[in-house]
Write a protein that binds this ligand. Sequence first.
Ligand code: C2E
Length: 963
Amino acid sequence: MDTNPQPKPGSNGPQTALRQLADSASMLAWMPEPRSEEELRRREERLRSLMDLSTDWYWETDEDDRFTFISDSMQRLIGLHPSIIIGKTRLDLAIDHSHPDLVKCCEKVARREPFRNIQYATNLSANGVMRYTSISGEPVFEDEVFRGYRGVGRDVTAEVDVATQLSLLAAENKALVENSLDIMMLFDKTGKILRVNEAVMDVLGYQPVEVLGKRYLDFIVAEDREKTRTIGARLNRDTNTIRDVEFRCACKDGRVVHLSLSVRWSDDRRLTYATARDLTGRYRARAELDKSNKRLFSMLESIGDAFVAIDREWRVTYVNRRTARFIGRRRDALIGKTLWEAAPELLTSSVFAYCRKAMETRRNTFFEVYYEAAHTWIEVRAYPYDGGLSVFFHDISARRAAERTIRQSEQRLREVIELTPAGYLLADAQSRLVAVNPALCDLSGYSEEELIGESMTRLFPSYPGASAASVQENAASAHGMEATLRHKHGHLCYVLINANTFRDAEKNTLSLTAFVTDITQRKQAEARLEQLATRDVLTGLPNRAALNEQLQSMLDASQQQSVAIMFIDLDRFKEVNDSMGHEPGDVLLREVACRLQKSTRPNDIVARLGGDEFVVAAPCSKGAESAAKIVGKLFAALAAPVDIAGQEVFVGASIGISMFPQDGQTKELLFQNADTAMYRAKAAGRNGYRFFEAEMSVEAKTRMALEHALRRALERGEFELHYQPRLDLKTMAIVGMEALIRWNHPQLGRVSPLQFIPIAEERGLIEAIGQWVLEEACTQTRRLMDKFGRSLRLSVNLSARQLRSADLPQQVAACLNKTGLPAHLLELELTESALIEDMEISTAVLKELKTLGISLSVDDFGTGYSALAYLRRFPLDTLKLDRSFVNQENGEIDSLKFIKAFVDLAHALNLSVVAEGVETKETLQCLREASCDEAQGYLFARPLPFNALEEFLSRLPAHEPNH
Ligand SMILES: Nc1nc2c(ncn2[C@@H]2O[C@@H]3COP(=O)(O)O[C@H]4[C@@H](O)[C@H](n5cnc6c(=O)[nH]c(N)nc65)O[C@@H]4COP(=O)(O)O[C@H]3[C@H]2O)c(=O)[nH]1
């Protein structure tokens, strides 16, 4: 049935259209023109059935390119009725208007040109599936007027699908080849590489183009080429396929890789397909395995242990060299044998039982046994594995012996610890006591049960290492550390701790051991010694050493704030001491110490340097002002009389003060300056104080320079003697003279004896100087006596220190002997203070001197203690009245009375009196009236050098020689 009711592009309906189609298809071109309607109808009928058989359909479009006719065959071919398409344009049916074929078709249509095989995707589908259509068409003109197009269409969906799948397959294959890790090649019969994949780059480092056209043999290392050639021959001869032939190839960078090659003929045997797999990694792993096996075996051979490998049938598969020696059989006699064949003696020991257990349980088993056959202890380690058992035998005889030794030594150590008099403790890492010995129990008063588990801090409160933290931080180790131990009864004992911590490999503390020695007695003795070393025994005050230390600390802590250092020297203490005895003197010193301490603050320093010298050091916030206040308090404290054995004694003091920091930065300088200031205070009149002044230090320096020069003065002959004549006041005749030393310093000129004699005394030079004076004076006097043939009484000054020298009488005797001066013409002058410094010694020496026949006089009488009473104790002959005494200015009458009373008293004591320093006639008169015996002074003569004296004597009227 014709279901095509549409208008036609031509005017003749479908028949004409079919004919035209037949014409255009040239299918019927050979047919003659129909001779009748009938023939035309039959021919059309044939054409229609031809169309029905065709895989194409016929179509026509109008001038607007709309379909006007579609042959019914479309329904048959793609299941769509042509009426669905009639009226639509080609573009209405196309899915993709930009498809190149469709674009080309549109261009041709626009130019009214025929088109062929235009293939494009359409929505021509009964079930909505996209279909591909291929169309061919030509334009139709009637009377040269364009009427549209006609042509045939064909469904090419199946072909397109096949083509698509084929191209997908090709792409997959390509990807498969290109992504393969194996090299894939195609080469021809000559071995020339025709194709190769990218893997050649990864494996050999060549780009595919670099190998194309080359022979595959060229890449194989020389040694393996022959092997690959024979493969080629085999492939040619016997088989289509050869697999897994291993050979080596040279890479582009020179490396050699191991490859496994598989080759196959193509079906037509013209080409060869080959794949090559990189086995280098596997080779390397195998080589490593070989190496490691070799290492393992060399290790097994070198170890000191015996090693046996047994398979699951108990057959020995390997023994090392040591095993052979251990079992006492050759290695080849053991391998392959069962264990009981190889070493039957093992069966009798427990070794076999343990090994069987390891084999059965498949568990590593370690045990120690005594191996009778070898008379040795062995440690056996059996390691089961899939194939059997590996067994190590380790000789532990030495270790066993060492352990036994350790056990014995531990036992001995325990016994020693039990017996040792020192306390012993073992504490854990938490500082808890784990073990103690009886000595520690005795020392602490606790029983062992009471101590175990207790913290060390309970026993040792002052030992920093006792805490758990310090034990763990390894800060508890101590060698000879002194600490205190708290006894159960609460009191503290002094102990010496030697402690050691034990740590594991990670340095964690495991335990602490300590020996604790009781040093309480030693500490007490030390404290006593310390007391003795640092305290003045008499007063309990710090001594010189302690003062040094304490003052240094005070200065260090002062932060440059003022500190006053006060040197205190008691006035006339010696006189008190000597007149009243040592005991009262000690009482006085103790009282002074006590008063000084009471009048100072607890942090101030009060020290005794020795004798009657004290030092007070005190921080002074207001500098000298504070120091003056402190000194005021000290004087006030000393002002009250001290009651000694019922007698009231007044103590005065001279105080010298140096201030830190201005008077000195070091304690030595401060001491020196305070000392200087103290001497100045003394010199200025007693019971006073002086602050140090810079000029004093100049004096001190001068004094030092003098001292230095004085040491050499004697040997350099810088001393000379002057003599002051002495007169008998009754006859007014010269009876003798006093020798007075003079020092002619090369730079300083004449230095007064008042200046250098005290230094010479202080520095121990006076003995030598005194000796020189005595000898020189005796010699010169003897010379004068011989010259003038008259007696002259020589008076020589003696210092206090000379009086202390035990051999003074011998020296004097020797001198008299040597010079020939008669003893009775020699008078030794002693000062009051020298006499009373140590009355016992003085008395003894003077008595001895007296036995020589010499005279003794007291010089400067009236300036010192001036107590005639005590002079009775000494064997004295003469009192020399001091100048100040003689030249008193309080009225003539009073002086006269005073001197007279004194002279009378002296005479009553059988002492003659010599007046010194007589300068005026009035004084002379006064002295004569007072019956004074002798006199000297500027009125008669100044001290004269030897030559001047000689001259002086020569001018005197002649005198009867009296010796
Ligand atoms: N103003 C005044 N002074 C007079 C007068 N007549 C004498 N003098 C001085 O008075 C001092 C008397 O000596 P001194 O009292 O024993 O005092 C001596 C004596 O203690 C000591 N001295 C001198 N020579 C020696 C010596 O060889 N050995 C010792 N140990 N001491 C000596 O040095 C002291 C001072 O001696 P010099 O300077 O020589 O001083 C001498 C003398 O020069 C006078 O009329 N008016």
